[in-house]
Design a protein around this ligand. Sequence first.
Ligand code: HEC
Ligand code: HEC
Length: 473
Amino acid sequence: MKFSFWFSGVLLLGLTTVVAAESSAPTHLPNLFPFPNATGMLKTFNATGKLDLTGPFFQSLGTNGRSCASCHQPGDAWSVSAEHVAERFERSHGLDPIFRNNDGSNCDHSINTSTVEGRREAYSLLRTRGLFRVALAVPTDAEFNVVSVTNPYGCTETSTLSMYRRPLPSTNLRFLSTVMWDGRESSPQTGTQSITFATNPTDLLADLAHQSVDATLGHAQASTPPTAEQQKKIVDFEMSLTTAQAIDFRAGALDSHGASGGPLPLTSQPFYIGINDPLGLNPFNTPFTPVVFTLFTDRWAHNSGREHEREHGDRRASILRGQTLFNSRTINITEVGGLNDATSTPLIKGTCGTCHDTFNVGNHSIVAPLNIGIADVSNPLGTDYLPVIKLRNKATGAEVTTTDPGRAMITGKWADIGKFKGPILRGLEARAPYFHNGSAATLKEAVEFYNIRFSMGLTHQEITDLAAFLSAL
Ligand code: HEC
Ligand code: HEC
């Protein structure tokens, strides 16, 4: 009783502050301010103290009223949840700056944004899935031609492709081995740098500065780039942030009972490019271990047995079982572009950590674009809300259909079609839906994808446990 009363007080405080942040604009938030979501609360630790909401990250630096924070919200793990985007649409009748037709609408032409109903339709992918239109020119030296684009929203051009993607979190950035889903802000092809063990973090900082320029000119439609000082302030700000789920409503504080969840332990998590890589790319040749997450310990398996503790204990045990499944459940990995073909191993007996190998973070610790089938038209979660793009190999004449060529739009390589990075797996609960195209509405659906795609044979309980674990990250 006491706990839930205290809790709803914080919930209200959280909501009013978020609302206030958009209208009368407070200038700061306390460090570790708790933002509620469906299963608990998310917190961000800012290395420089209280969270300053007045710097260039929060300023409109372009012409359409948007700031970085329009699409990278502190309470949504510095991404945006589709649920909160939908609320912003209703509150503002679709006039909030996130709703701009350069990349917020399904297409940028042949739309009517003069009425609320017109806007509701024009921004349907953003409202329902939190997707932005990423338009990229087909590389001139690409190994493929675009045969056709079928797009329910228009935007069927074949020289510039429209792809629909989720904002990645602008937090926990020191763990990045590649910037953007397709790595385009960390690739020589775009004048940015690959992130390597030898050059990190100088490479990352330069890439993030470059990204802040592209975001300001693109998303915010600025006519001039941010100044060097603004770029530095944006990058310093982003790099000072560490974000994680901190409290689970049923399990309690995620750093209690000997656990090390929440943002504070994450600030001291050791990392270097290549750490725990399974394919021999660890610069120290340390052997790979599938035990990637060690946040929850055996003490979480035990229930005190006291009535009022039992529900908390059940939830803790479920989260711990999920962690164990992540670290140990065998996955027969087949036909993953960038993995099975790259190693000439048709069947890899792996785990979740084969691809999500960074300790207690879960992205790939070294650049490794992979095609697990999320962009395939046959994705079992369904992709009928996305365009279908048909590509033909210039040399062999082979044809493929995809909803998003991914990395291939940067490198031009046939082999890179459908490849994306494995993102950081912290702060997940606050930023549904999942995968680059938002095809998994919930964490359970994300787990279901793997269950079907790799015939894992997970039970309902195992799916629940894995989803509980992911929600506690
Ligand atoms: C209109 C929405 C929008 C705005 C405004 C915006 N972003 Fe983003 N951001 C996105 C999307 C969408 C992606 C992922 C796109 C992709 O990978 O193709 C992204 C990706 C990123 C990433 C990459 C993270 C990673 O894991 O690779 C960073 C960093 C970032 N944004 C920072 C910023 C900064 C800084 C600004 C302001 C200068 C900004 N963004 C403005 C939508 C936005
Ligand atoms: C073969 C490599 C591979 C394996 C094995 C793998 N993943 Fe992934 N994971 C990826 C890639 C690549 C992505 C990004 C895919 C995309 O969006 O196109 C991803 C994305 C995710 C996401 C979405 C994150 C976000 O920000 O949207 C979750 C959640 C996830 N994986 C959980 C898991 C779990 C749980 C397991 C084990 C059951 C697992 N993964 C096994 C490669 C893998």
